[in-house]
Design a protein around this ligand. Structure first.
Ligand code: ATP
Length: 382
């Protein structure tokens, strides 16, 4: 097992497509790291550079202590799982899983010639490893089938078994669940987490799905336009996003952004959207931005129907008035589309609510969960 380290890594395609821009990222030995970001942000390119399928334009890449920029893919001791499974259609599931191990043994043909008596032992060892991987992924009963005789979910398990059987230093996974239907995706997600806990192999997992990132990653690295925006534990990225992009990308429904100003009067420090004002702690660093335009960020789940029994107390300072435009029932909650002055706001409201469409309602906001972004830099002010 080994960690992976990107040191000032750049990848430029052609003359000017900067797919990865000065990436510095240290992935710990045994860690489950998720690279997440919208389409085209450079996450697949970063992954392919670890595999050696893409050469970096500049910078240094390490697997463990070894600088691997010039190490060919076959010698990097990594296993990759793709979205499209990439199984050999003419081979049985068993042979698909065993293939890589057999090739490795064939390569040491000279060794075999000098140890002919051990051929049976090698075969038995491969069989034990295939059976073991198949059992871990619950596909033992399909070992004699061809890939076309399997469902998408079963094929993806075969691809995973083929990766784990090799006992690599690092697993690379490129959107491995995106061909599965929603239910199977959630189930396989949980199984992958369990598998990682058991095998403890460094895993780098690429996805554009922030829910997948939040639920699977021990840490998540959020990328945009080839640039790493923030890398931290999922809770930290959610609670304290580094900038407006990360704040809007992580969390569903997404964070509400409202243009606002910071005011500091007799009554104290406030963030003022024009439609409503919310108090800030007297020492909030936004104090430096009095009179300047900022963006106020409020997550939908930080807004409550003021008439209900909420985890936060309703006070005159944290209550806003808004018109209810749409109510989307989700079972345990509603997504309420509100309008406060001219500002559209989404709120996740408990299903016990009595608010009605086209009526004004009172909503209280968790003041400890406000986010202020500098409108010039989009960086979080904290
Ligand atoms: P997706 O989720 O859509 O796969 P991604 O975040 O994985 O996106 P990459 O595939 O890494 O993004 O691509 C990053 C950027 O590099 C994109 O602008 C893409 O068009 C460009 N790119 C990727 N591969 C090549 C290539 N072989 N030649 C030229 N440009 C490329």
């Amino acid at each position: 097992m080994a960690g992976v380290k990107f040191q000032n890594i750049c990848k430029v395609f052609g003359k000017d497509v900067k797919a990865v821009d000065n990436l510095n990222l240290d992935i710990n030995d045994g860690e489950f790291m998720v690279l997440v970001g919208p389409s085209g942000c450079g996450k697949t390119t970063a992954l392919r550079m670890i595999a050696g399928l893409e050469e970096s334009t500049s910078g240094d890449l390490y697997i463990g202590e070894t600088r691997v920029n010039d190490v060919p893919p076959k010698d990097r001791d990594i296993a990759m799982v793709f979205q499209n499974y990439a199984l050999y259609p003419h081979m049985s599931v068993y042979d698909n899983i065993a293939f890589g191990l057999r090739i490795r043994e064939l390569k040491s043909a000279f060794w075999q010639l000098t140890h002919l008596g051990e051929a049976g032992k090698i075969k038995a060892d491969i069989d034990r490893r295939v059976q073991d991987a198949a059992a871990k992924l619950d596909i033992t009963k399909y070992l004699q089938r061809k890939p076309k005789e399997l469902s998408g979910g079963q094929r993806q398990r075969v691809a995973l078994a083929r990766a784990i059987v090799r006992n690599p230093k690092v697993f690379l996974m490129d959107e491995p669940l995106s061909n599965l239907d929603a239910k199977l995706r959630i189930q396989t997600r949980a199984e992958l987490i369990k598998l990682h806990r058991e095998l403890k192999v460094t895993t780098i997992y690429v996805t554009h799905d922030q829910v997948e990132a939040m639920t699977m990653g021990q840490r998540i690295a959020v990328m945009k336009d080839g640039v790493l925006q923030q890398c931290d534990h999922p809770e930290k990225v959610y609670m304290a996003p580094a900038n407006k992009f990360v704040a809007g990308f992580i969390g569903a429904p997404p964070m509400n952004f409202l243009p606002a100003q910071i005011s500091n009067g007799q009554a104290g420090l406030y963030v003022d959207t024009g439609a409503f004002k919310l108090p800030l702690d007297a020492n909030h660093p936004a104090k430096q931005l009095v009179g300047k335009p900022v963006t106020l960020g409020i997550r939908p789940e930080a807004i409550f129907d003021a008439s209900l029994n909420n985890p936060i107390a309703t006070t005159e300072h944290n209550t806003i008035e808004a018109k209810v435009e749409i109510l989307e029932p989700l079972g345990p909650s509603y997504t309420a589309y509100l309008k406060a002055g001219d500002h559209p706001i989404q709120a996740t409201i408990d299903s016990a609510t009595r608010i009605e469409v086209d009526r004004l309602g009172k909503f209280c906001v968790n003041l400890d969960a406000l986010h202020i972004f500098d409108s010039e830099t989009d960086l979080a002010v904290r």
